[in-house]
Design a binder for this molecule. Structure first.
Ligand SMILES: *Cc1c(COP(=O)(O)O)cnc(C)c1O
Length: 352
């Protein structure tokens, strides 16, 4: 049978409720990010039962499919080729290119809609957004002229590419932008979307600047951790997602290959340390589904490596036999690739 991705709906709901209550008490609305599990409807159904204000995903394909009454937010800057879908299937999109916003306006006009945008600013992490030192006022002036576009908010994304950690200094850059736009055009910007799971620690410490009133949260809900320092959040589960995979070979073998060594299946030279004979097992999952560095083995199992279809482990302790299932926790990248693979069954635990 295929390996399976076990998804615990109760644990997910627990993480959602605890974190959402905490953020609400800080005056912050929440976009729950569904991209890591490809908009899985069973998890969306759990979200639908909460008070969380928005659902957000980076792919229009996911936003198109999910069933929800909550506003849908497109996280990735729209491709010019998808603007018709963007205005049809989502209520709000994150943007950084005036030309694309103009296309969104034209498409909304044809459909007699008004599309909401959040204008993104790059505060130094060097992923998406208008660079904060640039002349953004001219861009905002053009956006405000567009009749079918509403400037719903401004936002920023941190700790994603450059690893920039949210701080008072970094956030002053966004506050200045907010004040400058609001004064220049005599408007009030409803939403200031200050970041993702890497801004949680500031919020917990009551240090998130008051002007920020929204966060977009993905990882913390599925792994129970903030991402500025990688700390586990008190009382949240880190195992909403679990991989179950089967032992297909178990044998005592040496720890060193024997003979002249070339390259592995992926063109890498592999270094080995001689640890003598060890109990080794092969598990029926491989790099086509997930890279082994993104799996977290249970106590007594040590991951040695993986090829396309095989995960090789050392059994250090515990009574394991051929045909047994081994359960792994995983990193964010692990959930991402396993959710995307069609070679896994999905099983849902903790039915609601
Ligand atoms: C993925 C994404 C998020 C969510 O980030 P997490 O670290 O999973 O909380 C937020 N904003 C944008 C723009 C994203 O692409």
């Amino acid at each position: 049978m295929m390996p399976s991705l076990h998804i615990n709906l109760k644990k997910y709901r627990h993480n959602l409720l605890v974190l959402y209550n905490q953020l609400t008490s800080e005056g912050i609305t929440v976009m729950a990010v569904t991209k890591v599990f490809c908009g899985d409807q069973r998890l969306v159904d759990v979200l639908n039962e909460t008070e969380i204000e928005y659902l957000a995903d980076s792919k229009i394909e996911n936003l198109k499919q999910i069933k929800t009454n909550k506003p849908r937010v497109l996280l990735r800057i729209p491709q010019q080729s998808e603007v018709d879908d963007v205005v049809s299937y989502c209520d709000i999109s994150l943007n950084s290119e005036l030309d694309t916003v103009i296309l969104l306006n034209e498409s909304s006009m044809k459909k007699h809609l008004k599309h909401h945008i959040i204008l993104m600013f790059d505060l130094g992490d060097l992923r998406e957004g208008i660079y904060y030192r640039e002349d953004y006022i001219a861009i905002v002036r053009e956006i405000l002229k567009l009749e079918h576009i509403e400037l719903y908010g401004i936002g920023t994304n941190l700790t994603c590419y450059g690893g920039l950690i949210p701080s008072e200094v970094v956030y002053q850059r966004l506050e200045q932008i907010k004040d400058n736009i609001e004064k220049t055009f005599n408007i009030e910007i409803p939403m200031i979307s200050g970041g993702n799971s890497s801004s949680l620690q500031l919020a917990f410490d009551h240090q998130l600047p008051k002007y920020i009133n929204n966060l977009r949260i993905g990882e913390a809900f599925v792994l129970g951790r903030e991402t500025a320092y990688g700390m586990q959040i008190n009382s949240l589960y880190d195992d909403v997602f679990e991989l179950h995979a089967e032992i297909i070979e178990i044998k005592d073998k040496p720890s060193m290959p024997e003979g002249e060594l070339g390259f592995d299946a992926f063109g890498n030279k592999v270094a080995f340390i001689d640890e003598g004979i060890m109990k080794r097992a092969i598990i029926g999952i491989g790099r086509q589904e997930v890279h082994c560095e993104n799996l977290i083995a249970p106590q007594g199992i040590r991951i040695l490596g993986c090829s396309s279809d095989h995960l090789i482990v050392q059994i250090q302790e515990g009574d394991y036999n051929l045909g047994d299932t081994i359960k792994f926790k995983m990193t964010y990248a692990g959930i991402l690739s396993l959710s995307t693979s069609r070679y896994l069954r999905r099983e849902y635990d903790g039915d609601l």
